[in-house]
Design a protein around this ligand. Sequence first.
Ligand code: KIV
Length: 276
Amino acid sequence: MSASAPVRQLMAADIQARKGGAPLVCLTAYTTPMARLVDAHCDLALVGDSLGMVLHGLPSTIGVTMEMMILHGKAVVRGASKALVVIDMPFGSYEESPAQAFRNAARLMAETGAGAVKLEGGVQMAETIRFLVGRGIPVMAHVGLTPQAVNTLGGYKVQGRDADAERVMADAKAVAEAGAFSVVLEKVPDGLSRRITEAVAIPTVGIGASAGCDGQVLVLDDMLGLFTDFRPKFVKRFGELGQAADEAIAAYAAEVRARSFPAAEHVFPDVLKAKA
Ligand code: KIV
């Protein structure tokens, strides 16, 4: 028997079983190299539809397509061997009917190899979640601020303050009862996030929510300081890679203009020196 047993890739059921346990660590990933880095430290790698804004310069996630999700989903799956890969269902791919949602969720999972899908919505999506889970598709739900609904929500506002709290609570309970294996709480106030975490039997994963959630998720490019178009209050920069990249590119440009790059060690001699 080998000294160290191979590590099995996490499945949705493993994540669900972590309710109330050690915090779940989740980051987005959109490419193979970033997925490798995330996989080394995280329980979940989320192919978020935020890729539309972060990688493709779209103004919101509304314009993200199935083809974009499949392309990036395949790349992430190639880079992940331990973390569960969850792939977002893009706007318009699941809201019409449970049958439409199944067709597109099955395509996302079959073509990318992801282990679960994520979709936005609470009470309204409960029937769809039940339909998918009953047919072999693990679903991560997403309530509170649901960015695909930015046009009806009137912006990227905190959800569930004051009298609105019971609506968000009802959404979280509905997706848990429908069979979601976990639920993202986005921009939900601290106290309400804690109440929801106590009230539902599945792990809550917070983004702009509470340290009391069962886990946390951030957009990788936000926390690395690579995406700097705007910075929500809930983003902590754990690195300043955007600034480091800017400095490196500026140094390269200066050396090319000064003809100091490439230097002797970067070019190929016309004649090889004979070995002694
Ligand atoms: O698309 C995304 O990256 C997300 C996370 C922010 C939860 O949904």
